[in-house]
Write a protein that binds this ligand. Structure first.
Ligand code: NAD
Length: 256
């Protein structure tokens, strides 16, 4: 018997087999959760569909989170096919490459808008639609953040500001949705080599810092993050909401 037998969840943010969202999906599916996947744009469908099908998922739906009509269409499909959902994974972010190098002070108005829209507002947009489908089901929503939300990380720039907005959104959403028994939490993951991470200038040196300075003296893996996601999306964390849980080998606790 699995921890999540009979439960249903939607995963936003799989791009390929290295995506954090994919590790989370596998961990949830192993415990019995039935999953639907969304993908951002046609180019990614050929990557996401085979992964989804490999764990028996039939619902693979396009969704660029900057487009409200596409978001509505995802939730219409979930409502029609399943009636409701128990879990939502928001594991996506975007900033233009030119904003992820050099000085934060040079961030353009448009670059700022895009980063905050895709990486932070999208959680609000998805949570609002999920609310109706989680009614009466003890729902759980998670998102992925990074330490650049609270400390300056070279080259992370506008994405750090977007993650700060994302973490604040988690608290406000947790407060709004808590009375409906829907929980909202974030995982602040340590650096992991994925498609999104490769867009950050000097990413290798961030990995090196964790390896030498974090208490566990190693970088975390997608599977480390997925195990905490399983905790947050299951009844094991039934009393936890509005939190940012660090899965970073303890890097964030180190001062001098
Ligand atoms: P990834 O590249 O595998 O995933 C990023 C996802 O964002 C992709 O699936 C992409 O399609 C999606 N996306 C981008 N723009 C979108 C849009 N407009 N609409 C819908 N989807 C869109 O990389 P990842 O590292 O697995 O990233 C997942 C999350 O984890 C992100 O929020 C990222 O900031 C966060 N995170 C990553 C790390 C790391 O070091 N890899 C560390 C902490 C937090």
């Amino acid at each position: 018997m699995g921890l999540l037998d009979g439960k249903k969840g939607i995963i936003f943010g799989v791009a390929n087999e290295r995506s954090i969202a994919w590790a989370i999906a596998q961990a949830l599916n192993k415990e019995g959760m039935e999953l639907a996947f969304s993908y951002a744009g046609e180019a990614l469908e050929s990557r996401v569909r085979p992964l989804a099908e490999s764990i028996g998922s039939k619902l693979v739906i396009p969704c660029d989170v900057t487009d409200d009509a596409q978001i509505d269409s995802v939730f219409d499909t979930l409502s029609k096919e399943w009636g409701g959902i128990d879990a939502l994974v928001h594991s996506l972010a975007f900033a233009r490459k030119e904003e992820l190098k050099g000085d934060f002070v040079d961030t353009s108005r448009e670059g700022f808008r895009i980063a905050l829209d895709v990486s932070a507002y999208s959680l609000v947009a998805l949570a609002r639609r999920a609310r109706a489908l989680m009614e009466g089901r003890a729902g759980s929503i998670i998102t992925l953040s990074y330490y650049g939300s609270v400390k300056v990380i070279q080259n992370y720039n506008v994405m750090g500001v977007a993650k700060a907005a994302l973490e604040a959104s988690v608290r406000y959403l947790a407060s709004d949705l808590g009375p409906k028994n829907i929980r909202v939490n974030a995982i602040s993951a340590g650096p992991i080599k994925t498609l999104a991470a490769m867009g950050i200038a000097g990413f290798r040196s961030i990995l090196d810092q964790v390896e030498t300075k974090a208490p566990l003296r190693r970088n975390v893996t997608q599977e480390d993050v997925a195990k905490t996601a399983l905790y947050l999306l299951s009844g094991l964390s039934s009393g936890v909401t509005g939190e940012v849980v660090y899965v970073d080998s303890g890097f964030n606790i180190v001062g001098l």
